[in-house]
Design a protein around this ligand. Structure first.
Ligand SMILES: N[C@@H](CCC(=O)N[C@@H](CS)C(=O)NCC(=O)O)C(=O)O
Length: 217
């Protein structure tokens, strides 16, 4: 029986999926409420009046917004299968790279995806540089979290299922596995974990969504 736990998300939200994965890893029951972002529900606007975005987790009637904050809340509330490292320095590093993922890596790849002509070419350099930085971080580790999927894996998880969707949508090869052997192995390990794969949106539906999003207006 779900402990009054509701997740407002969408079928494809890469931020929402982090939360879905975390809840499944910890074996926590919840009710998913799928929002239509072109017509946000009064509950979403009430729970997240500042950003008006998904995901929002509502625990015993209390809303928590912003996916990184939600992940930490989940990890502190349900202690089983810890997501963040226990060591303070390792924890700080996981938070640092999560911020890097959201503030640097994601926008740089998004610019390649949405840029037109020259803009797209210029966006490639920073995107590749950011991927190289992650490659160095990962080294020989199976997951960023070590032997098990952890907080940083969940935050960067969109790379594992979405990068090749972006590539197909814009018909451009971005990611060369030969140049990023560790990252490429990580993507496979991450996506192949049943708890992740079983809770990823259907690939063909994603390709159609991003092709439509990228179509010249
Ligand atoms: N920083 C936020 C980003 C959330 C976000 O951008 N959500 C998108 C869906 S993937 C959204 O709700 N967009 C609606 C809007 O911008 O109006 C987080 O980590 O939760």
């Amino acid at each position: 029986m779900a402990e009054e736990l509701k997740l407002h998300t969408t079928w494809s939200s890469r931020f929402g999926l982090r939360i879905v994965w975390a809840l499944h890893i910890k074996g926590i029951e919840y009710d998913a409420i799928f929002e239509d972002l072109s017509q946000k529900s009064p509950e979403l606007l009430q729970y997240n009046p500042i950003h008006k975005k998904v995901p929002v987790l509502v625990h015993k009637g209390k809303p928590i917004c912003e996916s990184l904050v939600i992940l930490e809340y989940i990890d502190e509330t349900w202690k089983e299968a810890p997501l963040l490292p226990q060591d303070p320095y390792e924890k700080a590093m996981a938070r640092f790279w999560a911020k890097f993922g959201d503030e640097k890596l994601l926008p740089s790849i998004w610019s390649v995806f949405t840029g037109q002509g020259e803009e797209k070419k210029e966006a490639l350099g920073p995107a590749m540089k950011n991927l190289e930085l992650l490659e160095e971080q990962l080294k020989e580790k199976k997951f960023f979290g070590g032997e098990e999927i952890g907080y940083l894996d969940l935050v960067l998880g969109w790379l594992a299922y979405l990068l090749d969707v972006f590539e197909e949508a814009i018909d451009l090869k971005l990611f060369d596995a030969g140049k990023f052997p560790h990252l490429s192995a990580w993507m496979k390990n991450f996506y192949d974990a049943p708890v992740i794969k079983e809770h990823c949106p259907p690939r063909d539906k994603l390709v159609t969504k991003y092709q439509t999003a990228n179509a010249p207006k």
